[in-house]
Design a protein around this ligand. Structure first.
Ligand SMILES: Cc1cc2nc3c(=O)[nH]c(=O)nc-3n(C[C@H](O)[C@H](O)[C@H](O)COP(=O)(O)OP(=O)(O)OC[C@H]3O[C@@H](n4cnc5c(N)ncnc54)[C@H](O)[C@@H]3O)c2cc1C
Length: 384
């Protein structure tokens, strides 16, 4: 049942919302309520994602988020009693031009300086690592062995159960329709099932974060952009240690999924919007490109395909912030296609912003909302 008041209302039951709920409750915060408009937690971007986790980013802030977040996934089962199917398959970026090789050399140096032992591969080394791929045009690669995969549903269920055990109410099928603000302060939310008074409201609405922010009179530059995934029927020749491969210049990726292969390719011409139906024309182009790079896929059938939404900001970095206007309004959204892996860290940082008034585990000043108005953007290059 919908309570009529709460210490904090979290809008959105994806990885950001449940991680925030868990971390607030783990610190002893009482009367937290999470509201999810869908019938199930984690059924939007989080449930539709590819499950990739990596340290290989082009900006220090993203590498530092991974340095906080991925160890939290390593400890997840012990902390929350939930299996999340962690697999350190490694991530291999395949590079087919000088400019990208040069950019990745600089990134690898930065990652190494921060303690991440990623490395550049020659053409031959990359070709030997993935002999099933067509690497004739590949100049080299960037590789890190301790990148890989985890199960997004397990992470959502683990945090949700952990939050519930500590008293958080997680309510599905409840849509927030308005945010009440009085004298510059948040006072609560209006929902499809009634109102809740609360001095703290967290916007963890993922692709819908712009619309939710507008309810509080806040402009948030986050756009939903459709992205598609296809999974093949079994391909027994793909080895168990096949890495997560990104064909960087084509925005194309592969990893083993069950006994088949999961592949995604981002359509750079996709306009922003909430359409989540599969674009079959794009599937055709995607699969042509996938077969060019991974000829064995021609022998497989299409087991399933789906579309989901990235939550994209102009600089491909999230907003993790506590706003001054209105006071009590917090944002944890806009992870631009790589938010699953940063969900654990983001929820922890959000709980610190709420309970301590500032993030303690990382300096997240670069992720403030005002950077857009100030023109102080920090652009991530490794977006797929
Ligand atoms: C195809 C695809 C592949 C991806 N691959 C990866 C990957 O390999 N690795 C990675 O790290 N990331 C990946 N991502 C990105 C990742 O999925 C997202 O960054 C992350 O899941 C965002 O989590 P979230 O909680 O912000 O959003 P969501 O999971 O979308 O949760 C937001 C929730 O808010 C709810 N909501 C919205 N408005 C309201 C309202 N008014 N009232 C109540 N509830 C509301 C929505 O229903 C939704 O459930 C991928 C995304 C897609 C689409």
């Amino acid at each position: 049942m919908l309570p009529n008041k709460a210490s904090a209302v979290i809008i959105g039951g994806g990885v950001m919302g449940v991680s925030t709920a868990y971390h607030l409750a783990a610190r002893g915060c009482q009367d937290v309520v999470l509201l999810e408009k869908a019938a199930f937690l984690g059924s939007e971007a989080t449930g539709k994602c590819a499950g990739g986790i990596r340290y290989q980013f082009s900006t220090e802030i993203n590498v530092r988020l991974s340095l906080l977040s991925l160890p939290m996934l390593v400890n997840f089962e012990e902390e929350l009693g939930q299996q999340i199917d962690l697999r350190w398959t490694g991530y291999l970026f395949l590079l087919d031009n000088d400019a990208d090789v040069c950019a990745y050399q600089a990134q690898v140096s930065m990652q190494n300086r921060l303690g991440v032992p990623s490395r550049m591969l020659s053409h031959d080394e990359a070709a030997q690592m993935v002999p099933l791929l067509n690497t004739a045009d590949i100049m080299g690669g960037a590789y890190h062995a301790r990148d890989g995969l985890a199960d997004p549903s397990g992470v959502v269920q683990g945090y949700a159960a952990g939050a519930r055990r500590r008293g958080v109410q997680l309510l599905t099928g409840v849509e927030v329709t308005g945010i009440r603000v009085q004298a510059g302060k948040v006072t609560g939310v209006q929902t499809s099932q009634g109102a809740i008074d609360a001095p703290v409201v967290v916007n963890a609405a993922g692709p819908w974060a712009r619309q939710v922010a507008a309810m509080a009179g806040v402009q948030l530059p986050i756009s939903p952009v459709r992205r598609q995934i296809a999974v093949t029927t079994p391909l027994p020749d793909v080895p168990a240690d096949f890495p997560f491969v990104i064909d960087f210049s084509r925005n194309l990726y592969f990893h083993r999924e069950g006994r088949g292969v999961l592949t995604g390719q981002s359509n750079v011409n996709e306009p922003p919007g909430f359409n989540q139906s599969v674009d079959h024309n794009w599937t055709e182009q995607h699969l042509d490109n996938a077969i060019f790079r991974f000829p064995l896929l021609a022998k497989a059938g299409l087991l399933r395909e789906w579309a989901g939404l990235y939550e994209v900001t102009p600089d491909a970095h999230p907003v993790i912030d506590r706003l001054a206007d209105p006071l009590g309004f917090y944002v944890v959204a806009g992870f631009s296609g790589h938010g699953f892996m940063h969900g654990p860290a983001a929820g922890l940082l959000m709980s610190e912003l709420i309970l301590d008034g500032q993030a303690r585990s990382r300096d997240i000043q670069q992720l403030r909302l005002s950077r857009f108005a100030e023109g102080d953007l920090v652009k991530e290059h490794n977006v797929v």
